[in-house]
Write a protein that binds this ligand. Sequence first.
Ligand code: ZN
Length: 272
Amino acid sequence: MSASDAVPAHPAYGVLREVTPFASVLLCDNSGMMELDGTNTYVLRAPGSDECVVVDPGPPKYKHHARRLAELPGVALTLITHRHFDHTGGVKRLHKRTGAPVRARLGEFCRNAEPLRDREVIEVAGLRITVLHTPGHTGDSVSFLVEHEDQRAVLTGDTILGSGTTVLDPSDGGLRDYLNSLNRLIVEGEGAALLPAHGPDHPDLVPVARFYKAHREERIDQIVAALDDMGVSPHEAKPMKVVRRVYSDVDKKLWPAARMSVKAQLEYLREA
Ligand SMILES: [Zn+2]
């Protein structure tokens, strides 16, 4: 086999790349600090099915990406993992081109369909898709457990990424919710592949979810220790001062994001 015959790996722009027998990814070229290599738009279809499901059609203003999705045969449903524009921006165009209903946790993104309910099971494109409400990154974040015969995968949106850590949106995200959601994915994701909305896919979700949880707990411990050193309570602590201590090993460009994270951790500790 020559290198050109090899299966493409992430990041593969402009290629509908198969990641499981029932899921392919089309990576959008909207790379950025928060988007990593870009948004992963997933296309779900059981082998031999005439229908497919598009998950997270990507950002606005990426017409070539939207066109590729609209041209897929049999788009029966669009699903949204959460409200951020790099996931929902393509909704309008795709709905206009395909007429397929759109479903999200928030009604404002739905088209010709009801908002997603926790634990709801959707049978479409020869697949069984279970909706798991996994708030933390945002309040409306959901994950999709997709099952076909004995194979499983979880589309985690931004709740678990293929690399790096998730930023908790200060407007409606939260660390307590987030840790509960990681626990939920550890329980529900047994034997499932991890298909994140940014970064590379992984064959096994649970170890990655456990790593995410351990990483958060480690940061919480570091913050408790830093507050101890600084002699301040979680109520009094200034987030940026904590960032300078705890995130000294992290690129300064990421400090604004780290500050949001620290704010969430301080809130978590205040509630404790
Ligand atoms: Zn997001």
